[in-house]
Design a protein around this ligand. Structure first.
Ligand SMILES: NC(=O)c1ccc[n+]([C@@H]2O[C@H](COP(=O)([O-])OP(=O)(O)OC[C@H]3O[C@@H](n4cnc5c(N)ncnc54)[C@H](OP(=O)(O)O)[C@@H]3O)[C@@H](O)[C@H]2O)c1
Length: 280
């Protein structure tokens, strides 16, 4: 199979290219092709002629998106639509990476794939709109929603917590946002399986289990045997430019239908910490 990955220089994209063996994979960053420009997309696809495209390219700075809605929609929605149109033109399958932030966060049980989208920030709105428009162009595509990514290839929550914990006796972390941390290595393996089985429709893929940001931070600090005190706080105390959903756990039913089970986030965190220590 020939595969082209847009967003291959990012946190997930790097893991994806590393994990994806036994197929012909071309990984592209924004310097290879800016997805806002349809010509740059078709110029690379003429060369790579992919059977499958994975679209992991996005403007992912959630607070940045809030201040730059134009850029958020240009990249995350219009750019994604450009890739979908090119996929149709080149008769390639498409797997589009989306997010738990398409949901409002008012539920207290896991979000199903057919729950209504109701994003509460610009980033979420740009991805939700992209989902709708891509599905119109390519009804057979796979929309893969994931959440709270962490991995060794870029900025992520555990990295931030470890930096803070190394320099401060106590840190305050919000206890009123609940989700499923997801290790890029595990998600990459799932994406490869979904592409190989030609999965279609909306799929929710995260590591198993869920926690609050505070519980996640406490586990990170305890696994690394740091003495830093982790204290719970609230989103009202810790104000950010973009609102986050209070609860964005994604149901694993759609993944079970594909006969895939991802490891628990605590197991994933331990493997990430080992991998991080072995490279530093
Ligand atoms: N991170 C999370 O917690 C999270 C959660 C849920 C869903 N997701 C989704 O998962 C996907 C991967 O996220 P990530 O965290 O790996 O992202 P990331 O680390 O921020 O990487 C973003 C990637 O997109 C590329 N990119 C940005 N603007 C582009 C443009 N105009 N044209 C072409 N490429 C462009 C970047 O290329 P350069 O670096 O070369 O500029 C980079 O490869 C995204 O679709 C994101 O929405 C992420």
């Amino acid at each position: 199979m020939r595969v082209t990955v847009f967003g291959a220089t990012g946190l997930l994209g790097k893991a994806l290219v590393r994990e994806w063996t036994n197929d012909d994979v071309s990984g592209l960053g924004s310097k290879d092709a800016d997805i806002r420009d349809p010509k740059q997309i078709s110029d690379v696809l003429v060369k790579t002629r992919p059977d499958s495209i994975v679209l992991a390219a996005a403007y992912t700075d959630v607070d940045g998106c809030e201040g730059n809605p134009e850029q958020a929609f240009d990249v995350n929605c219009r750019g994604a639509l450009n890739v979908a149109q090119a996929a149709r033109q080149f008769a390639s399958r498409l797997l589009f990476l989306s997010t738990d932030y398409v949901f409002e966060g008012a539920k207290n049980c896991p979000y199903e794939t057919n729950d209504p989208r109701a994003p509460i920030n610009v980033y979420g709105r740009s991805k939700a709109e992209a989902e709708v428009q891509i599905s119109q162009v390519l009804p057979e595509c796979c929309i893969l929603r994931t959440s709270w990514l962490f991995g060794k290839d870029g900025k992520c929550f555990p990295e931030t917590i470890l930096k803070l914990a190394a320099s401060q006796p106590a840190i305050d972390v919000v206890d009123d946002q609940r989700g499923s941390p997801t290790y890029t290595t595990d998600l990459a393996r799932t994406i490869i399986q979904l592409c190989r089985s030609n999965a279609k429709g909306i799929v929710h893929a995260t590591n198993r289990g869920d926690c609050s940001r505070f519980e996640f931070a406490r586990e990170i600090v305890s696994d690394t045997r740091l003495n830093t005190l982790v204290r719970p706080t609230t989103s009202e105390q810790f104000v950010r430019p973009a609102r986050r959903p209070k609860y964005s756990v994604l149901s694993s039913k759609s993944l079970q239908k594909q006969a895939i089970e991802m490891p628990h986030w605590q197991d994933a965190l331990r493997r990430y910490l080992l991998q991080r220590n072995s490279v530093s």
